[in-house]
Write a protein that binds this ligand. Structure first.
Ligand SMILES: [Zn+2]
Length: 460
């Protein structure tokens, strides 16, 4: 008997006497279902309220970028298309272009890329994160959002803090008489692409930008370049040299795209109309995918008018030497393992008067350099060389730093009235940005809301 009862009543389940006296099992089920439905509805409502509080009037506020002053980091309404000659992705500000406009490719200089209605894109959606500003002041190089007196949102980068003295010298930011240097991560956020070798012009007769010196010292090997001198055993330096060519037509008659020139602070997004005179940019970084043999001696070169810096990597000796006009600046151990079939990402160049060599994002060598005013620039700023063994060169991208200049545009040195009473804010798109250089009082009285973050996965 007891055994029977045990089997009929499931362990843990309430016995029939525990239910209310006048409800059948089916009514119990509907009651339970109703209870759950109510809980789910309340939960959903709570989630909606929290989302509303957090995103609209609280910690995170979604806004759409409406001006081109932070391009290319943040884009307003624009057109996105591909170059017809080299297929590089291009963006063009919708405020300065319209359907039917022609876009000059920054990568190969091809000028007849036509804007079509299907190229239209809305401005980037970003979030204003108000939380950090509750307990700390904004930091230099941070992108912040403000609300001006007339209720408009403004996004800008912080260049200087209240109490500091600011000068813009040859494109760099100087604070209290010293240069303000960006970290690698900060530089990566601000850098602008000048040329990408993965996008090679396809039209016959289109100019090439990478040249072997002496000729035939390098050969094409699949999608890469291969040094030939090492195999011939001549012990001569073979260079692969970048020639910068015109990629804008801001001149009458328009410049030919085969014309060599220094890297200028042109922002392709703005179109050909530059508001300020152009400046030659000294801060350039070459990022190359490289593969070398265990016996290789290979070099990286950076030139700025009269100064030439070379990083010489002796793989078998495990040493890298950096020289300035032949004089040794630094010597560091080279402990990067020979990569077999893998290409390594090597970055070499200068920003904020610091010379750097990185492999896969890790700093191998860096030294501060002091140079006289670098105005002018040269058209063949970077090169990759090989003296011994084999070097394979894959995709190469040349980046430049943002070039900061004062409101008159052409001065190589500009000082803000000092010391600053409020934050000094500037847009990355210096030729187009209306910022603290021009409207200090207006921006100074604007309410700081928070820092700007780009939502992961779909910010454009
Ligand atoms: Zn192109």
């Amino acid at each position: 008997m007891s055994d029977l009862r045990r089997t009929s009543t499931r362990a843990g389940a309430p016995s029939p006497s525990e239910w209310s006296e006048n409800s059948s099992p089916s009514e119990e089920r509907t009651q339970r279902r109703r209870l759950w439905r109510r809980r789910v509805l309340w939960g959903l409502a709570a989630v909606l309220v929290i989302v509303r509080l957090v995103t609209l009037d609280g910690w995170l506020r979604p806004v759409r970028v409406a001006s081109s002053s932070m391009a290319p980091f943040l884009l307003n309404r624009h057109y996105a298309l591909r170059c017809e000659d080299c297929f590089a992705p291009l963006t063009a500000d919708a405020a300065t272009h319209r359907v039917g406009s022609l876009v000059t490719c920054f990568n190969c200089g091809y000028r007849r890329n036509r804007v079509l209605p299907q190229h239209a894109r809305p401005g980037d959606r970003v979030w204003i994160d108000t939380l950090p500003m509750w307990w700390r002041a904004p930091r230099r190089w941070e992108v912040v959002a403000l609300r001006t007196r007339n209720g408009r949102y403004v996004t800008k980068r912080v260049l200087a803090l209240p109490g500091e003295t600011l000068a813009l010298v040859d494109g760099d930011v100087w604070i209290d008489g010293k240069i303000a240097r960006k970290s690698y991560a900060e530089f990566c956020q601000q850098r602008l692409l000048v040329h990408d070798s993965d996008y090679r012009p396809s039209f016959q007769g289109s100019p090439e930008r990478w040249h072997a010196v002496p000729p035939r010292a390098w050969e094409r090997w699949g999608g890469a370049w291969r040094s030939m001198e090492g195999q011939r055993g001549t012990d001569r330096e073979a260079w692969l040299e970048y020639h910068h060519l015109s990629s804008f037509s801001d001149a009458r008659p328009p410049r030919d795209r085969e014309e060599e020139m220094p890297v200028y602070d042109v922002v392709g997004y703005n179109g050909d109309r530059a508001r300020a005179p152009l400046h030659a940019v000294p801060d350039l970084v070459l990022e190359g995918e490289l593969r070398w043999s265990a016996d290789a001696i290979w070099m990286l070169r950076l030139r700025l008018q009269a100064v030439t810096w070379v990083a010489r990597v002796d793989v078998s000796a495990g040493r890298v030497t950096v020289t300035e006009n032949g004089k040794r600046l630094a010597e560091r151990p080279w402990n990067v393992p020979v990569s077999g079939k893998r290409y390594r990402r090597v970055e070499w160049g200068m920003w904020d008067r610091r010379l750097v060599l990185l492999v896969d994002g890790r700093t191998i060598a860096s030294c501060n350099v002091s140079i006289a005013s670098p105005a002018g620039g040269i058209s063949r700023p970077v090169a990759i060389g090989c003296r011994k063994g084999t070097l394979l060169v894959g995709r190469c991208r040349l980046f430049r730093d943002v070039y900061y200049f004062g409101p008159a545009g052409d001065a190589s040195r500009w000082e803000a009235p000092s010391p600053l009473a409020t934050l000094f804010l500037a847009g990355d798109n210096q030729p187009a940005s209306i910022d603290s250089r021009f409207r200090r009082d207006d921006l100074g009285s604007a309410r700081l809301l928070g820092r700007v973050i780009r939502p992961i996965g779909g910010w454009r």
